[in-house]
Design a protein around this ligand. Structure first.
Ligand SMILES: O=P(O)(O)OC[C@H]1O[C@H](O[C@H]2O[C@H](CO)[C@@H](O)[C@H](O)[C@H]2O)[C@H](O)[C@@H](O)[C@@H]1O
Length: 279
């Protein structure tokens, strides 16, 4: 592991030597967009969007692989008065951990499994019965983010974010088991979502589809570990990048490059675009 911006490693050399063979994969929240208290307020770092617009014209493909609905990532990737994610040439967004795909303005989104409707109906009661009545929007507390095919329970705005997360782990795991869903843990969030897909499968399938000859993936959270593993299992020259935070340390231990949050990611992407422009 190194924290040089563009260290002398095989994966980066491969990307620089053959940019058209490279896939650049990125997580959204905590990587392209700074973490904020309300998930609805998250927006892409404008510097990251500008760098990706440049990279989109230089590499084989730019793909965002996110737990967000694909259309939400595109919407929150807009930048007022500047280029946004929708301007990245050839951008593909693999949303809801790869279940959805957005490309050239077209969204492919299969219907949610039946368990999601049951979770939607039962979640407020379950949270209330564990002492976490869902905020009505006025007073922040434990909140539910309904993503259509998944529901996320956020504790970032609870009085005791870590304590609430701990207390809700078991009841949410039970509800997930009863409804045929799985619990995806993240940064002060527990998400109940369909099984059978993760960022690793999504990235691996995309690399195969594009006939990638090298890959870089950047992420910040536990859900991104599967994509790190997909980089390793691909056998391609690869680079894993951690958008570091005090909240999650598991990625930094496994990353080739560690940068300081989304601002560091924007700087790295910009440096990569400079290097590819110069070659
Ligand atoms: O795969 P990602 O793009 O990283 O999405 C993972 C989850 O990110 C979002 O939650 C996180 O970011 C919020 C906004 O900064 C923050 O308030 C929350 O505490 C974080 O966990 C998003 O809301 C979830 O739906 C995503 O699954």
């Amino acid at each position: 592991m190194t924290d040089d911006l563009l260290p002398d490693i095989a994966g980066l050399a491969a990307i620089k030597g053959d940019p058209r063979g490279a896939v650049i994969g990125l997580d959204f929240d905590g990587t392209l967009a700074p973490i904020v208290p309300d998930p609805a307020d998250a927006r892409v770092d404008p510097a990251a969007a500008a760098a990706l617009v440049r990279l989109g014209g230089l590499v084989g493909a730019v793909a965002i692989v996110t737990g967000r609905p694909a259309a939400t990532a595109v919407a929150y990737g807009q930048v007022e008065g500047g280029p946004g994610l929708g301007d990245v040439p050839g951008l593909v967004v693999l949303g809801q951990y790869g279940l959805e795909r957005w490309e050239a303005g077209e969204l492919t989104s299969p219907p949610p499994p039946p368990g999601v409707a049951r979770v939607r109906a039962e979640l407020p009661g379950l949270l209330a019965s564990h002492g976490h009545p869902v905020s009505d929007g006025g007073v922040p507390g434990v909140t539910i983010e309904d993503k259509g095919r998944a529901l996320a329970v956020h504790t970032r705005r609870a009085a005791d974010p870590e304590g609430s997360l701990r207390a809700l782990r078991e009841p949410l795991a039970k509800l997930a088991a009863e409804t045929g869903l799985l619990v995806e843990p993240g940064r002060l969030v527990l998400e109940l979502r369909p099984a059978g897909m993760d960022k690793g499968h999504a990235l691996a399938a995309f690399l195969a589809e594009r006939g990638a000859r090298s890959v870089l993936f950047a992420g910040d959270d536990l859900g991104d570990l599967a994509a790190f593993e997909a980089v390793r299992l691909s056998g391609l020259p690869g680079v894993t990048v951690c958008s570091a935070s005090a909240e999650v340390t598991a990625l930094a231990e496994r990353a080739d490059i560690v940068v300081n949050g989304p601002a560091g990611i924007a700087a790295l992407l910009s440096a990569l675009a400079d290097a590819l422009d110069a070659s």
